[in-house]
Design a protein around this ligand. Structure first.
Ligand SMILES: [Zn+2]
Ligand SMILES: [Zn+2]
Length: 273
């Protein structure tokens, strides 16, 4: 049963409403570990956004915020096993860890396997700028591994290393198209809102997903370009995801966690779908 029982009993004891019904013999496909569930400013001591997804003997990242290499070290993630990094949008708390990850791959982790980086239109230029700003010359240096940078458009689906990612346009200001991402692999669906205020596009992003990871920067305060828990909660039935975990939590949200009835992320938490 691949450890399902342990997770289930833990959840059942602590938070009965979060019990996931496991069909006997149903094999999990993805292990999703939250390497960062915080906002851009380290609220609550949480790392910037980064989700590590293990599929088969490989792994990919969803977002790689400025602190994500530190989070990888803390939670024992081997960067060399990550074949792809999918970036939702071009803010530092979502892609600012890539310059560090690239240099680590070169100097410490001694990566030899290819790395694929997927992000929205403008990603290549912004990543080059970030690398040159932090480590001049690092964007043009010869590496022992190949790097493939792919820019995707909203509405586009891309299949990489057995995972299909579909991008949806959301509402966020970062001087490039902000995306929500929906991943399918072997019949499982993992959806992620990215940073966004409420948009009807989220209905398609999270529809029937095995797991929807949703921004909840605020508890109930409405702020342009960001999602608050109250607005999300009011729309959860319409979205229809099988399981929802809140992330990207700021101070107001963290102060209200006792009043939150949905499941929320913790750095290091692992979810199997
Ligand atoms: Zn953010
Ligand atoms: Zn953002």
């Amino acid at each position: 049963m691949e450890g399902h029982g342990l997770d289930l009993s833990h959840q059942a004891l602590l938070r009965p409403k979060h019990v996931t019904v496991i069909t006997p013999g149903r094999r999990h496909v993805m292990d999703v570990q939250f390497l960062g569930s915080g906002d851009a400013f380290g609220s609550g001591g949480r790392f910037n956004t980064c989700f590590h997804v293990t599929v088969g003997d490989g792994a990919f990242l969803i977002d790689c915020g400025a602190s994500s290499l530190i989070a990888m070290r803390k939670f024992g993630v081997d960067p060399n096993r990550i074949h792809t990094v999918f970036v939702s949008h071009l803010h530092g708390d979502h892609f600012g860890g890539l310059p560090f990850m690239m240099l680590d791959a070169q100097f410490y982790s001694r990566r030899s396997v290819p790395l694929t980086l997927v992000g929205p239109r403008g990603f290549r230029e912004r990543l080059t700028q970030a690398m040159e700003l932090f480590f001049p010359g690092s964007s043009v240096v010869q590496r022992k591994f190949s790097t493939d940078i792919i820019e995707i458009e909203a509405g586009q689906a891309i299949a990489i290393n057995g995972v299909t990612a579909t991008a949806y346009l959301v509402e966020h200001a970062c001087d490039a198209p902000p995306l929500a991402l929906r991943f399918t692999c072997d019949g499982r669906v993992l959806a992620y809102t990215g940073d966004t205020e409420w948009t009807e596009n989220l209905l398609a992003v999270g529809c029937d997903a095995d797991l929807l990871i949703a921004e909840a920067l605020f508890f109930e305060r409405k702020v342009k370009y960001h999602l608050d828990y109250a607005t999300l909660k009011a729309n959860l039935a319409r979205i229809g995801a099988k399981r929802v975990i809140l992330t990207h939590m700021g101070p107001e949200m963290l102060a209200q966690l006792d009043h939150v009835t949905e499941e929320f992320a913790e750095d290091g938490k692992v979810v199997r779908i």
